[in-house]
Design a binder for this molecule. Structure first.
Ligand code: BV8
Ligand code: ZN
Length: 247
């Protein structure tokens, strides 16, 4: 499953960066966005994951996020998340850059996480910016309010919104200094996240994709491992340990 080239590179690697997408949480039971069972199949992203949608119909948007939060609160990290937490301890310089908003990397024990798109389990006041992890809308059909009277919104990055600039620049720095860069469980269609593997490649990293199917990026990378992250990643970590690669 793992090429000699990859193992050789990883044995020598000091700095590793990983970009994860919804596919990494799929085996935990969290629906992806664009796959067969994808969220966007039932809903249109622009109708739900944008400021316009929220201003137009905050109740509908909160119902969608409340539905996703309820699912996420019942899910646990899968072996893929756990393996990434292990990898953090193997490489002196390791960055986990995620597009996911489900908090499962943190639950799995990863620490060096860069959350590009925010966290669905946190809300933020649109007037004063106060954040709260009180995530349930008071009751169905209601939009949670801040003590200041402002409307609370999910603390995620919507389409057309800027990503947190400090987190995004740390992500590009990590990609550009990495010896090996992994793009795992992402269809690589959402920017600027999808530019990270390309930036890593241009800066000289060995770039590997792990996904059950090829993506728009596959042709531009060094290697694509076809498989599920929950199956591939634990085997990669044990292969590294067998080869004597320990931090
Ligand atoms: C911005 C919100 C600008 C939280 C999300 C045209 C060209 C290029 C860009 C654009 C364009 N038109 C518009 C844009 C910009 C836009 C964009 O990229 N649009 C795309 C769709 C074309 N980007 C933005 O708007 C971003 N902001 O650009 O601001 C700006 C500039 C200046 C000033 C102001 C503004 C904001 C992007 C963030 C949007 N928010 N989510 C939420 O509700 O969740 S995006 C959403 O998609 C999620 O965050 C998700 O993380 C992200 C990416 O999806 P994936 O994670 O890749 O998931 P997907 O389902 O697509 O793929 C899953 C993969 O896993 C599949 O390949 C599948 O095969 C695989 N898989 C399945 N099972 C497994 C598996 N893999 C491994 N193991 C398994 N078991
Ligand atoms: Zn407020």
């Amino acid at each position: 499953m793992f090429s000699d080239r990859l193992i050789k590179r990883m044995k020598k690697a000091r700095s590793v960066a990983v970009l994860t997408g919804a596919g990494v949480s799929q085996e935990s039971g969290v629906a992806t966005f664009r796959g067969e069972d994808g969220l966007w199949k039932k809903f249109k992203p622009e109708e739900l994951a944008s400021v316009e949608a929220f201003v137009k119909n905050p109740v509908l948007v909160w119902e969608w996020y409340g539905y996703r939060q309820k699912i996420i609160l019942k899910t646990d990290p899968n072996p893929g998340h756990m393996a990434l937490a292990d990898m953090e301890g193997i490489f002196p310089d390791f960055a986990l850059i995620t597009q996911n908003v489900d908090g499962l990397h943190r639950k799995a024990g990863s620490q060096k996480i860069l959350e590009l798109h925010g966290n669905i389990l946190v809300s933020r006041c649109m007037s004063c910016g106060t954040k709260s992890d009180r995530i349930e809308p008071e009751e169905d059909g209601m939009v949670p309010r801040c003590a200041c009277g402002g409307r609370m919104r999910p603390d995620v990055v919507w389409f057309g919104e800027m990503l947190p600039q400090d987190i995004l620049s740390q992500a590009f720095e990590a990609a550009e200094r990495s010896d090996v860069f992994f793009s795992i469980g992402t269809s690589a269609v959402v920017h600027p996240a999808a530019s990270l593997p390309v930036a890593a490649k241009e800066a000289g990293a060995y770039v590997v994709e792990i996904n059950p199917e090829r993506t728009v990026l596959s042709g531009a990378l060094d290697e694509t491992i076809i498989g599920k992250s929950g199956e591939v990643l634990p085997r990669l970590v044990s292969r590294l340990r067998e080869s004597g690669k320990e931090a």
